[in-house]
Design a protein around this ligand. Sequence first.
Ligand SMILES: Cc1cc2nc3c(=O)[nH]c(=O)nc-3n(C[C@H](O)[C@H](O)[C@H](O)COP(=O)(O)OP(=O)(O)OC[C@H]3O[C@@H](n4cnc5c(N)ncnc54)[C@H](O)[C@@H]3O)c2cc1C
Length: 261
Amino acid sequence: MNIVVLIKQVPGSTEIKVDPKTNTLVRDGVEAIVNPFDTYAVEEAVRLKEAQGGTVTVLTMGPPQAAEALKQALSVGADRAILVSDRAFAGADTLATSFTLAAAIRKTGGADIVIAGKQTLDGDTGQVGPEVAMHLKLPFATYVKKIESADGGKLRVERLVEDGYEVLELPTPCVITVVKEINEPRLPSLRGIMAAKKAEIVTWSAADLGEDAKRFGLSGSPTQVVETYVPERVKTGEMITGTVEQQVDRLVEKLKETGVL
Ligand SMILES: Cc1cc2nc3c(=O)[nH]c(=O)nc-3n(C[C@H](O)[C@H](O)[C@H](O)COP(=O)(O)OP(=O)(O)OC[C@H]3O[C@@H](n4cnc5c(N)ncnc54)[C@H](O)[C@@H]3O)c2cc1C
C-alpha cells in the first residue's frame, strides 16, 4: 500500500505576527514545529504500513527549512520525504496549495491513500485535504477518528461528528483527514533520529511538477487577504470597594446600567 502523508511546518507559538504590508505571516525568528494534527496522520500511515506493508511518503510544500519537518516524520517511520519548494509557490491560498500538492502526489506515481491533518494551527482552514481530493478527483472523508479496515480496495473509517461518529466506506485510492483521537503518535527512537539525519530529502521545484505555472502561488490564488488585524483588548474592569452593603448596592446599580437587570 502506498500512502502519501501531507505535513505542514507551522509556527510553534500562538504569538503570530502578520506583516501589515503583505498581510502574510512573519515566520522569521519564530520556532517552527510540525503541525500537531499531521503527526497523527504520519503515525496512522506508519501503522498501516507496519500492518500491511507498503511505503509511506511524506510531502510538504514550504520553504527550504520545512525539510526539518520531513526529517521528523522520517524519524518515526516514514520511508521517503519530498519537499516542494520554489519562490513561484509564494502567496499561495488553499486552492493553489492543494493544486501544487496534488501535482506532486501525481508525480510520486499516485497513492492508495492520502492522509492529511484535519487543519493547521496557522492557516486553520481545514480546506487543503478536501481540495487535494478535488484536484485528484478522489473520494474523501474528513475528521477520521479510526480506520476500521483497509483492504480489498476499500477503506472503512469512523468519522467524528458533533454527537457521535459515522461509519463510511470509501473505495481506494482516496483522501482522508484525521483528528487527534485516531492514535497516540510514537516518539522517535535514537536510531530513527540518526537515520533521518542522513536521509535524502527529494526537492521538487515548480518546473519539476510540469503544470501550468499560472496555477501556482499568488497567480493561482483567487483568495486575497485584504486586511488583517489583532482584536483590541479593552480593559473595563472596575474595583468596587466599601462595606458589603455598599458593594452590593453598587453592583446592582451597575447591572441595571448595563441592562443585565
Ligand atoms: C491570499 C492568501 C495568500 C497567502 N499567502 C501566503 C504566503 O505568502 N505564505 C504562506 O506561508 N502562506 C500564505 N497563505 C496561507 C496558505 O494559503 C496556507 O498556509 C495554505 O494554503 C494551507 O492552508 P491551511 O494552513 O489553512 O491548511 P489546512 O487546510 O487547515 O490544512 C489541512 C491539512 O492539509 C495539509 N497541508 C496544509 N498545508 C500544507 C502544505 N503547505 N504542505 C503539505 N501539507 C499541507 C496538512 O496535512 C494539514 O493538516 C496565504 C493564504 C491566502 C488566502
